[in-house]
Design a binder for this molecule. Sequence first.
Ligand SMILES: [Zn+2]
Length: 194
Amino acid sequence: MKEKSYIVQNIDKGIWKIPAGSNIYLLRLDEPIVIDAGERSKRKEAEFIEHIIDPRMVRKVIFTHLHYDHIGNFDLFPNAEFFASEEEIESFKKDPEGTVLNKEMAEKFQKAELKPVSRINNPKIEIIKTQGHTKGSICIYLREQQILFSGDTIFKEKVLGRTDLPNSLPEEMPKSLMKLINYPFKILCPGHDY
Ligand SMILES: [Zn+2]
């Protein structure tokens, strides 16, 4: 039976998934952190976050990359700092629409003050640079729980993310996949459930 798209799933202790165009992950570590913000038109689903936590409590939102379907509900978190890779931030500054792949969303997202992921100071979170799907795509690894948040780099059943988009770097994808071998994840949390 196909699950209803709006159902919040508890993935592991303190980790929830909210499907909203792309998956939003909510992590209650020592501070509440969100990974990716879903697609804007799926705002209703995104508001399911409120069943778990007051969105105003979220301190950090980490974007695996800046495609429109991963940043859509960024302003649901008024008190959060926003993080993306240096490459992704640079790409957005140079060409907002080409980075976000949606004009309206690119304009809205100008409001977000982006900080480089290197400034995230949380020993539980490891950032892995995985160029390919985009110039600045990252994966996020929780070593303690052995959970990998893979954005659009890999999906379940060995399905890989697209590398034919305007800001993709297809030649980097094999290297990125080799890097991920070093991360023995027990749970994969991809950007989409393809
Ligand atoms: Zn993407």
